[in-house]
Design a protein around this ligand. Sequence first.
Ligand code: TRP
Ligand code: SF4
Length: 358
Amino acid sequence: MPSSSKKGRVLSGMRPTGKLHLGNYVGALRNWVALQDQYDCFFFIADWHALTTDYADTSSVKQNSLEVMIDYLAAGLDPERSTMFIQSHVLQHAELHLLFSMITPLGWLERVPSYKEQRENLKDKDLGTYGFLGYPLLQSADILIYQADFVPVGEDQVPHVELTREVARRFNQFYPRKLHAGDRDPQRGMVFPEPKPLLTPSPKLPGTDGRKMSKSYNNTILLSEPEASLRQKLKTMVTDPARIRRTDPGNPDVCPVGDLHKIFSTAETMAKVNEGCRTAGIGCIECKQWASDSLWRVLGPMQERRQKYEANPKLAWDILEEGSQKARSVAEATMVEARDAANLSHEYEAPVQSVVKS
Ligand code: TRP
Ligand code: SF4
């Protein structure tokens, strides 16, 4: 545990799936942005994790990583306060993953709920690979190599953080931390602290068809959605099905547009929607214009922030590289301890002399 004077450390990441949408923002990014003042934050792009399912075609992984980085910056992750990096540029993750693979029983990985689910959901891909089974173990390495205290994630990722805690315990048991003269932290008996999930409160964010917003449903509103296209998408968004005619009263609690208002609109607008919808005092067209206004109040400033990176993407890449360099030095410091604990330190040690009596 960090001493009370130090900020706790937060780490989280996303697979580079391409341009991020409002669902990613509400479900993760928005919370990450808010954590930056309170914690020592590390946010990364899990490009190796993308390969666990997309190994057969890696042609877009790098471009997607850059897109995600630009979305991170646009959303308000701030390189002055957070370390942003790309997983595959910090080779230490791979080394720690390998050490963990030595001590992790196969049963622990086979039991992770996402393993079976994903294999069934993604039937078109052969996920009978070693890398796919090891997905959550690589995630454990991502987390533990920064000795993170907190991992902001959604509900679905909690089992992965639980596995991470078990792996940390097992490593610490097999390989206790070695003490050396001049140790800065002699109290810390373990190499790895056990991280806790920071559950992201995620209100349900519907896509334009009313189902959960998701890239695979083709119902997203991107963080980079131009204003005209945002307004167009809202115009055709599904509404309370009971409200067929303008004169039919509706119910914002069963309307996807109502859900958007709840997340993005002010209390004042929300009150107008509630009143107007239930009494048929407003039409859906007007209601959707208000929703567009509320969304644009969030997306507009982001798109302003992203302009300079769109104009010169190398700026974003350079920030990612600088962050990766910083991440490497933190990760390497952990690996020095981890190797040492597992008797794999790179330091010379004189052979132990056995005393032979003549
Ligand atoms: N598995 C996470 C996801 O799909 C991404 C991820 C990889 C991650 N490594 C991580 C999240 C470490 C938090 C911490 O969303
Ligand atoms: Fe939905 Fe608004 Fe129409 Fe009510 S008025 S049904 S909340 S779009």
